[in-house]
Design a protein around this ligand. Structure first.
Ligand SMILES: [Ca+2]
Length: 276
């Protein structure tokens, strides 16, 4: 009898302790039998230029074949030197665009932009007439880009919608003139498009250093200096720089990136490996 009573007490105490455990688990937010989820990261995730999908290797292969087949023509059309190459998803459609810098002849270098359309490479924007004529198609833009670094392509975040987009302030000049043009990149029917947002041009008298001529444009239309300045202030408020730096390589990055075909392809392959 004592043995039976002791056994009953033992079972009863085990049941009590089980209930206590379950109650503790529910109070502390745990689900009995289910492992705890990892603690969410306190810091914000790093900005990725293509958060939805990674570009396929085919894109890199298509660009590589294009460069391999057309190196001589491209190089000749760029004053004999292609000084830099990079792949950037400029219109944020998870497909990479190719960026080529020419040798440049003034304050900045000219930029050539290429996209893949129906499986073929087409020039979308070029400072070089020969490049535009030989590799441009129906999507060739009349908006041109001048820059000095791949980092000049800025990944921006719309302050209201959170949308990510690339933007560049294209610039060039000499002793007697200079211009700055803010250009936004987007996609239209899967093809890279360039939209000129704001433009400022100044001419200087080199003897007196006086500004003798100015022209301002907003969305392609001529405007006043005041309208331009107000619009630039608004632009700065509407979007913030994510701090992400676009990647690419220049000839002077490595001694092996010389002006031979092999040297150029070595640089191209290294630049393609940088692309996300
Ligand atoms: Ca793209």
């Amino acid at each position: 009898m004592k043995k039976t009573l002791a056994l009953m007490l033992l079972v009863f105490s085990m049941l009590l302790s089980l209930c206590a455990c379950e109650e503790h688990a529910v109070q502390s937010g745990e689900t009995p039998g289910v492992p705890l989820s990892p603690i969410p990261a306190a810091s914000e995730p790093e900005v990725s230029p293509s958060p939805e999908a990674s570009p396929s290797f085919d894109e890199k292969e298509i660009y590589r074949s294009f460069l391999s087949e057309n190196y001589e023509k491209l190089s000749a059309a760029c004053f004999g030197v292609i000084s830099g190459i990079g792949l950037i998803d400029l219109d944020m459609d998870s497909k990479l665009e190719m960026v080529l810098f020419d040798a440049g002849a003034s304050a900045s270098m000219g930029v050539q932009l290429f996209d893949i359309i129906d499986g073929g490479v087409e020039c979308i924007s070029s400072n070089m007439v020969d490049v535009a004529e030989q590799f441009g198609g129906e999507h060739l833009s009349d908006v041109q880009v001048s820059a000095n670094y791949f980092e000049d392509f800025r990944l921006m975040r719309d302050a209201e919608t959170g949308e990510l987009f690339y933007q560049i302030v294209s610039f060039n000049g000499a002793v007697d003139f200079r211009f700055y043009e803010t250009i936004r990149f987007s996609s239209s029917d899967g093809v890279l498009t360039l939209t000129p947002v704001a433009y400022c041009y100044e001419e200087t008298n080199i003897d007196t250093d006086e500004i003798v001529f100015t022209e301002y444009k907003l969305n392609g239309s001529v405007c006043t200096a005041e309208e331009y300045n107000t619009a630039m202030e608004q632009l700065a408020l509407c979007a913030e720089d994510t701090g992400y730096d676009a990647k690419g390589l220049f000839r002077w990055s490595e001694p092996d990136y010389n002006d031979s075909f092999e040297g150029f392809m070595l640089m191209a392959d290294a630049a393609f490996a940088l692309a996300e």
